[in-house]
Every structure is written in C-alpha cells, then in structure tokens.
Design a protein around this ligand. Structure first.
Ligand SMILES: Nc1ncnc2c1ncn2[C@@H]1O[C@H](COP(=O)(O)OP(=O)(O)OP(=O)(O)O)[C@@H](O)[C@H]1O
Ligand SMILES: [Mg+2]
Length: 281
C-alpha cells in the first residue's frame, strides 16, 4: 500500500509545488508514484508537462462528483509517475463539498481505491488551510512542510501545527510530521543560517539534513513542463531533491521494517523543541 505524503504550508510561494513535483519525479526513478494536484492554480499539473487546457477529468471531478481516481489520473512523461491534475474548476470546490457526508474523508476514500497500485502518493496543497487541505491531511500518513529560508519562515507555523494536531486527534490518528524541508536556502547569508538554526530547534530531527538551495534551474524547469530530474539533473537543486527522495524511501523502509504500529508518529512529533523566535506566530 502506498505511503501518502501531504506537502502542506498555508504560506504562499514557499516551494510546496517545486518540492512535490521534484520529489515525485525522483521517487518515480525506483518506485510507482502518484502525484495529486489539489491546488486550483494547477502548478503541479503543468510542472509535469500536462496542459491544463486538455484536462477533462481532474481532482475536482473526484472531490465533488465522486469520480474515481482511476478515471481522473493520467500517465506523465516521467515513467512510473501518474498525475491527478487540477484546474480552475477546483476554485469553488470547498463550497460544493460543504454539505457532503463526512466531507473531510472524501480524498482519503478516493485514494484508498488506488493505494495498492503505488508505493508513494504525494499530494500538493494550495496555500490555505481550508477543507481541501483538511482532506489532504486526513488522507495522509505524513506531512512534508516546506519552509522558505527567510525572516518570516515560521510565521503561521503555529496555526498550521494546530490544524495538523486537530486532524491527528479527530480525523487521522496516523498523521505525523514526516519532514520539514528548508527551501531556497542561500548559505551565504547570516539570515538563512539563523533561520535554519531556529527551524531545527523548533522541529528537531524532523528537519531534513538536506537543504534545497536557491537555484535558478528549479525556477526554469516548470516553464518547460519538466521535473528537474529531466531538465537539469546535474544542478544543485536536482541533487538536493534526489537526496531527499532517498531519505523518504529510507524513512518508509525504516518504518515498515520496524513493524506496524511502531512508526514515527510519536518519535517525530512536532511539539519537541517548542518555541522558536523567527516570526513564529
Ligand atoms: N529552491 C528554489 N530555488 C529557486 N527558486 C525556487 C526554489 N523553490 C521554488 N522556487 C520558485 O519559487 C516560486 C514559488 O515556488 P512554488 O510554486 O514551488 O511554491 P508554492 O509553495 O507551491 O506556491 P503556492 O503557495 O503559490 O502554491 C516558484 O517560482 C518557484 O519556481
Ligand atoms: Mg504551489
């Protein structure tokens, strides 16, 4: 059964989509992967080369019209990587889902039907903590939080962790913070290093030891509809995501090797460290 990873941060532009697309592509080098775009902006969709104008069936059809993921997904140009696309249709979906029975579980149920066909399912989230993100967290085994290395990196993090904790308590007892990934890191600045220190003291060993550098190639790749593994596998950004993908595989193997029920959900819980000064609010 697939391990489901939700890439979540309600702050805009912190590297969620870049992280979801490129980790999915590197995971697909050795595993079967489904990337699910749940952002009406559809950046993950175009990022793997799917033209949104040609999409007839998308995550909106799944969440609102009860279509199967098997019908909505499509292969991508990357072998072993399938995509459930998103389009602007999704923009009004939260309103339409509001009256659905058990509306927080819609995505979880939809993904369960295909979970046996994949090793990893990665869900890219919109910059909000609305019902779609709650669906994503309810469906997930673990959360990946990308944090941009800037002064306000931890701004809003308390609110995000409150939502994660609430979902953990009421909707999904399996949920844990799997990885915190520092993005757009510029090691030449004192600020980036200071932010890294504070994020580590806040999240402890959930922080990936591999940071993603600020790298222009990562910015260019989406305009060619290519993951960085295809666009420029030698770039620094590519190397970072390749390493992090290996980490995720090792995390899962460690967890399954340790036997069911003894997973990471307690050992990597997010409360450790507490505090954190860089804009944490
Ligand atoms: N490591 C990086 N180096 C340079 N540019 C980056 C890096 N990561 C992301 N970017 C660029 O920063 C911008 C925001 O990244 P991205 O779209 O991944 O963020 P996001 O969190 O998904 O945004 P949104 O909240 O709008 O969905 C994009 O233009 C992207 O190409
Ligand atoms: Mg995005």
């Amino acid at each position: 059964m697939a391990t489901i990873w939700a890439v979540v941060n309600q702050k805009g532009g912190v590297g969620k989509t870049t992280t979801a697309v490129n980790l999915a592509a590197y995971l697909a080098a050795s595993r079967r992967v489904l990337l699910v775009d749940t952002d009406p902006q559809g950046n993950a969709t175009s990022g793997v080369g799917v033209d949104r104008r040609n999409v007839t069936s998308d995550i909106y059809s799944v969440l609102v019209h009860g279509e199967s993921v098997a019908a909505a997904r499509r292969p991508t140009a990357t072998p072993n990587l399938d995509l459930v696309p998103a389009t602007m249709n999704l923009a009004g979906a939260e309103m339409e889902m509001f009256a659905a029975p058990e509306r927080e579980y819609v995505l979880k149920r939809a993904l369960a039907a295909v979970a046996g066909e994949y090793d990893f399912i990665l869900v890219d989230s919109p910059p909000s903590l609305g019902l779609i993100t709650v669906n994503t967290l309810t469906a997930a085994d673990a959360v990946i939080i990308p944090l941009q290395c800037e002064y306000y990196a931890l701004e809003g993090i308390t609110q995000l962790l409150e939502i994660i904790e609430r979902v953990h308590q009421h909707l999904n007892p399996h949920l844990s913070v799997g990885r915190v990934i520092l993005t757009m890191f510029d090691g030449r600045t004192n600020l980036a290093n200071q932010v890294m220190g504070e994020v580590k003291s806040y999240f402890g060993d959930a922080v990936s030891p591999v940071v993603v550098p600020r790298n222009i190639r990562l910015t260019e790749a989406p305009s060619f509809g290519q993951p960085i593994s295809q666009y420029d596998p030698r770039s620094k950004g590519a190397q970072a995501y390749e390493q992090i993908a290996k980490e995720l595989i090792a995390d899962v193997e460690r967890k399954t090797g340790a036997g069911a029920g003894s997973g990471r959900s307690d050992s990597r819980w997010w409360r450790r460290g507490g505090g954190g000064g860089t804009g944490a609010a």
